[in-house]
Design a protein around this ligand. Structure first.
Ligand code: V47
Length: 362
């Protein structure tokens, strides 16, 4: 089985659902990782096969008020709950300023579904960010937020996105995808838009010329079949709309969540398989990210040897995974470069759309 998959990777042939399943069902993690790395090397080409991308970015979560109910989320608060917050534009700008002073080239903005922070609020925020920091790239809003803004403003997805682009939106992150399977969504995030809408909104963004990413949140009770179905739905969408840059397999954190104790927790073994198998399955995605905030730096470094070619960035001010127990944030630039070098790779600083800014030495 492994030799057939290896040959298909070398021939750049598409890997089937059944072949993906056989990789998930194998306990030979080293060989699965070897195949993931091989797929990455074929995808990157010989000159870039030892490059690992990173960027200088900050996260801004302008509100944690959310009327949705997801049992894996420790970040959301009800409007009158203790700890609920919604930043003023000035407060958001203060957060962004700290990141820009630290060298950030990108702000990644996502927040809860807060009826008081919808399209007008975010248009004002984007305009203020662009006015104050004109060269900062604004990567913002999950498809779930776009649908929420569109519904409240009674606009189409396309019109909503166009208005946000006019205000300063440059690209979209990959959140809110969770696991596409209806039964997993019904159990974990019943208020969230279904897979078809998530994909439709990304397709609309791609049509407007925006790049976007895609995530998959693992460890929420999904089966391996659900993970493969998720990847294949993304692969099909990418064949059509071509605007996805990076796939990010997310690693659930459970502290202060309702799901804690109710599902088999995700393991390091699972996350390494997710990295390798997504690299093998998603032949039309250029990049796979090992998101160190969730994996921890050690596991993220191993992930680089299993097929990931991106580590995300310095990630200042992240709140969503920290609410659920993640401990680190805001890696120093020198530290990120060193951890890439220590894993045996060349650190390549990029901007959000993968223009190369600096290539460090090995
Ligand atoms: O959509 C929520 C997930 C996502 C938890 O596009 C949790 O470059 C773990 O999408 N444990 C937001 N995960 C993060 C995200 C992301 C991150 C990095 C890069 C990019 C990108 C996107 O975090 C949410 C949800 O799927 N999430 N709760 C939790 N307890």
């Amino acid at each position: 089985m492994f030799s057939q998959i290896k040959q298909k990777i070398l021939n750049k042939e598409r890997i089937t659902f059944e072949e993906g399943l056989s990789l998930y069902n194998s306990n030979d993690l080293i060989t699965v990782g070897f195949l993931g790395r091989l797929a990455r090397e074929i995808k990157s080409g010989p000159e870039k096969s030892n490059w690992i991308y990173w960027n200088k970015n900050l996260h801004l979560n302008p509100t944690n008020v959310c009327i949705g109910h997801c049992n894996f989320c420790a970040f959301a608060k009800l409007p009158n709950e203790k700890g609920a917050y919604t930043y003023t534009i000035d407060e958001s700008l203060e957060h962004v300023r700290k990141g820009v002073n630290g060298g950030a080239t990108e702000v990644h903005i996502v927040g809860g579904l807060n009826p008081k922070a919808a399209l007008p609020y975010y248009k004002d925020l984007l305009k203020a960010i662009k006015k104050t920091f004109p060269s900062l790239h604004v990567k913002a809003f999950t498809a779930v937020e776009i649908e929420f803004f569109a519904k409240l403003s009674k606009l189409s997805f396309e019109e909503t996105l166009k208005q946000l682009v006019d205000a300063g939106l440059d690209s979209m992150p990959g959140g809110g995808a969770e696991v596409f399977s209806k039964s997993v969504r019904d159990d974990t995030c019943p208020d969230k838009i279904p897979a078809e809408k998530w994909l439709e909104i990304h397709a609309t963004a791609h049509k407007l010329g925006l790049k976007s990413n895609a995530t998959m949140l693992c460890g929420i009770g999904e089966k391996i079949e659900d993970r493969l179905d998720h990847m294949i739905q993304l692969r099909k969408q990418q064949d059509k709309s071509k605007g996805f840059q990076t796939f990010i397999p997310l690693h659930c954190h459970y502290e202060d969540t309702e799901i804690a104790g109710k599902v088999e927790p995700i393991t390091a073994f699972d996350s390494l398989k997710n990295i390798a198998i997504s690299r093998i399955m998603l032949d039309n995605f250029d990049h796979i990210k090992a998101y160190w905030i969730q994996l921890g730096v050690g596991l993220a470094q191993v992930g680089l040897n299993f097929g990931a070619d991106d580590l995300d960035g310095t990630v200042q001010e992240e709140s969503i995974t920290h609410a659920a127990g993640a401990k680190k944030r805001g890696l120093e630039k020198g530290f990120i470069q060193k951890l890439i070098q220590d894993a045996g790779y060349v650190p390549v600083e990029r901007d959000t759309v993968y223009n190369v800014l600096t290539v460090a030495k090995h």
